[in-house]
Write a protein that binds this ligand. Structure first.
Ligand code: TRP
Length: 460
């Protein structure tokens, strides 16, 4: 009997890890992180990012999980509950997080569409006599010049996600995810081996691990903190929902540490895979959202049967992206259903998918119809990315922290954090509270102000 109870709680914990790591690791690590590091000059930014992820990121992650487990409810419900009889202004925290979820979903779908395009291209290359020549011509230009195709690919992605969610295929999908994650690790090991044996690697190691602080600029802090939240899926209440499935005896700070460490490792591995090839491309490539897509095919060309590995890699990446999108869709659909009492889940799903599709139009047509609409020398898609991740997501986290300190009693906080099994937790408790109460809000506000300063200065 006891054994059974143990195995069910440990398999529950395994599923939790799978979901938490699955939602943390995605396009953010493999696609977004490398070009953000490139944009901000390499080593010094990487160091800043790692420091922020293990202080601010880890603290917020811990708090989200603790709130979720204590309330056994979603962030939206918690803020509604709070705002009902405590403070009205906090209503915006739930609202803002839903709005950001929708825009992130739309934006994420467009990039997932790019991944889909690459899957088809690798597939086509199996049947070409000149596989390598074909792969060497693969680039983002075809996509950039074809907004309709981007829109259609994003729609396919969204509809598949909605199907998985609505027709109860999530359990099967979770099982698939276990295999995919293991296979991904295998693929990544092959890639790393090939990539670090390229000639440019010494230069890359110097670029990534020798911090040159003069390369940091005023916006780097905001970029680093925004990416920390994005990659750990913080600020939108996703981990609050996941936390509600944790057992009372799970030690949340330990779990949060592991999730952060795995996520950071995967991001660093992605840098080591992508930069050695990127170094041989143009300078522009390193700071461009197309970086992953421009550089990886060239690495696969150097591997035996590279076209098959390339196909498998982009397929795994797409499955990771589906997982992230399904998480976002699920919280949006549940909230819509909750809000409009008469709505069925299916009709809410249609409303959310339609709204998301409408929002994909802007990033999808960023390189064509909307090409002329540049702001601060950036395209529409780059501006959406920046507004969402560098400004709104941190603001949402700030709101969450405020709700957290209002909602949770000091004693409950201590009980959830301090465990006799983890002696270090006693001394870390006060640091955690300090980081959450003072350091994180300070860094977020400073990051946003510095970015605003740069924007205003360039507008004048
Ligand atoms: N963390 C995911 C990634 O790195 C993206 C993501 C999924 C996300 N769900 C989220 C980001 C919720 C913010 C909030 O690709």
């Amino acid at each position: 009997m006891q054994k059974e109870a143990f195995s069910s709680s440990s398999s529950k914990r395994f599923t939790f890890y799978l979901l938490a790591i699955g939602s943390a690791c995605g396009l953010g690590n493999i696609w977004r992180f490398p070009y953000i590091v490139g944009e901000n000059g390499g080593g010094a930014f990487l160091l800043l990012y790692i420091m922020l992820s293990f202080t601010v990121g880890l603290s917020v992650l811990t708090a989200e999980l603790i709130v979720g487990r204590a309330a056994r409810a979603s962030l939206h419900k918690i803020t509604v509950r709070l705002t009902g009889h405590i403070k009205k202004p906090f209503y915006w925290v739930g609202r803002l997080s839903l709005f950001i979820s929708l825009v992130i979903l739309a934006y994420y779908s467009v990039v997932s569409g790019w991944v889909l395009y690459y899957i088809t291209q690798f597939f086509v290359s199996f049947f070409r006599p000149d596989t390598n020549a074909y792969l060497s011509t693969l680039n983002m230009a075809v996509l950039n010049e074809n907004g309709i195709m981007q829109f259609l690919l994003a729609s396919v992605h969204l509809l598949i996600c909605a199907f998985i969610l609505m027709y109860g295929k999530t359990k099967k999908f979770e099982k698939l995810l276990t295999y995919v994650l293991s296979f991904f690790v295998f693929l990544i090991s092959i890639l790393i081996y090939t990539s670090v044996s390229l000639e440019s690697t010494t230069g890359v190691l110097r670029f990534l691990f020798y911090p040159d602080f003069s390369k940091l600029n005023l916006v780097s802090l905001g970029h680093a903190i925004g990416h920390v939240f994005f990659t750990l899926s913080l600020g939108l209440g996703l981990l609050v929902t996941l936390g509600s499935s944790l057992n009372d005896n799970d030690h949340i700070p330990t779990i949060a540490f592991r999730v952060t460490a795995i996520d950071t490792t995967i991001s660093i591995v992605a840098l080591l895979i992508i930069f050695p090839v990127a170094f041989t491309l143009s300078d522009r490539a390193m700071t461009d959202p197309g970086l992953l897509f421009e550089s990886l095919p060239r690495l696969f060309m150097k591997i035996y049967y590279g076209e098959f590995f390339g196909f498998a890699f982009f397929l795994c990446l797409w499955i990771a992206a589906i997982n992230a999108s399904v998480g976002l869709l699920d919280s949006l659909i549940s909230n819509t259903t909750e809000r409009f009492r008469q709505a069925s889940r299916l009709s809410s799903a249609w409303v959310v998918v339609a709204a998301a599709l409408l929002l994909t139009l802007a990033p999808a047509f960023s390189g064509t119809f909307l090409k002329r609409f540049t702001l601060f020398e950036q395209s529409v898609i780059e501006n959406i990315d920046s507004l969402l991740i560098n400004y709104l997501l941190p603001l949402s986290v700030l709101g969450f922290i405020a709700v957290y300190f209002l909602f949770h009693k000091e004693s409950e906080r201590r009980d959830a954090f301090v465990s006799t099994d983890a002696p270090a937790s006693v001394s870390l408790f006060r640091n955690w509270i300090w980081v959450l109460k003072w350091f994180a809000p300070g860094i977020i506000i400073l990051g946003i102000c510095l970015q605003l300063f740069v924007v205003i200065r360039s507008a004048l």
